[in-house]
Design a protein around this ligand. Structure first.
Ligand code: AMP
Length: 304
């Protein structure tokens, strides 16, 4: 039976009753197959799985979609029960941030560029809530999605810097048949915009093709993606960027694995996507070895 708790004390008791290795998946709800793939990865490698559902106000800025963010707890719980989660934590904001709360976790350099530049304070909110959720759920391993690649880099930096005793596992982005990365925010898209939004994936595919053709200048890889986005004039490009996947430093010339990421507004909805280059690294093993890795970490043996 899946247990659902919303108070820290009840969580502590239920967590203490779980035996063996525990995997955790943290979500903001409005679950889709991408979230479920994280739960399945956690199930496969652990004795028990804890999931959390919490729309974290700290990571939204004024004017962002905190109030409008889709919420459907009954449906989410049914999905988690079906996939075999043992324990779900569904706190409210007053429980997570009671009066007097004033502590935050700030990872300086890795939260500066990309999403951090577009959404100041976002990663401070993310790192703070994830630190709390690590302490509350005490997992042996926590599962995060490639889709939010910078989030992975921020969390891993925090885990190393603050000595959280757990493993981070990174799971590949799940996509619709069109190639559109699954996201709770896709619910904001009209049917036409949803069809247009698949252009992000085609843009990544163009960069992957340019890489496969031997292109190693970051500007040319960006141009390959940009050409597709511009030719379909489907949205407003916020950034297309090539970065070191461990540190997120901008890269000019690709002689080691890189992260190519982009953010595009379609019908006013911010959509993110990314790929590692070489694309063969976009697997759980490749992503976990490379994204936010300690500098100098070895690549998995089977990858070029
Ligand atoms: P969210 O509910 O958006 O905060 O996401 C919770 C977790 O699910 C994060 O680790 C995300 O990176 C991950 N996630 C979101 N979308 C996908 C996707 N399409 N494929 C795999 N993981 C995802």
């Amino acid at each position: 039976m899946m247990q659902v708790v919303s108070e820290p004390e009840a969580l502590r008791q239920a967590r203490a009753a779980l035996s063996g290795r525990v995997g955790a998946v943290f979500t903001m709800g409005a679950l889709h197959a991408g979230h479920i793939s994280l739960v399945e990865a956690a199930r496969a490698a652990n004795d028990a799985v804890v999931a959390t559902i919490f729309v974290n106000p700290l990571q939204f800025r004024a004017g962002e979609d905190f109030a409008a963010y889709p919420r459907d707890l009954a449906r989410d719980l049914a999905m988690l029960e079906q996939v075999g989660v043992d324990l779900v934590f569904t706190p409210d904001a007053a429980t997570m941030y009671p009066p007097g709360f004033q502590t935050s976790v700030h990872t300086r350099r890795v939260s500066r560029g990309l999403e951090g530049a577009q959404r100041p304070g976002h990663f401070r909110g993310v790192a703070t809530v994830v630190a709390k959720l690590f302490n509350l759920t005490r997992p042996d391993a926590a599962y995060f999605g490639q889709k939010d690649a910078q989030q992975v880099v921020v969390i891993r930096r925090m885990v190393r810097d603050l000595d959280f005793p757990l493993d981070i596992v990174v799971c590949p982005t799940l996509r619709e048949g069109s190639g559109l990365a699954m996201s709770s925010r896709n619910a904001y898209l009209s049917p036409q915009a949803r069809a247009q939004a698949a252009v992000l994936y085609r843009a990544l595919a163009a960069a992957q093709q340019a890489y496969a053709d031997g292109e190693r200048a970051a500007a040319a890889l960006v141009q390959a993606a940009h050409g597709v986005l511009a030719s379909e004039s489907a949205g407003h490009i916020e950034y297309i960027s090539v970065n070191d996947p461990a540190t997120l430093r901008p890269i000019k010339w690709v002689h080691r694995p890189v992260l190519l990421s982009l953010a595009v507004r379609v019908e006013g909805v911010r959509l993110l996507d990314n790929t590692l280059l070489p694309p063969v690294l976009n697997t759980q093993a490749g992503l976990t070895a490379v994204l936010g890795a300690a500098q100098g970490a070895a690549l998995p043996a089977a990858t070029p």
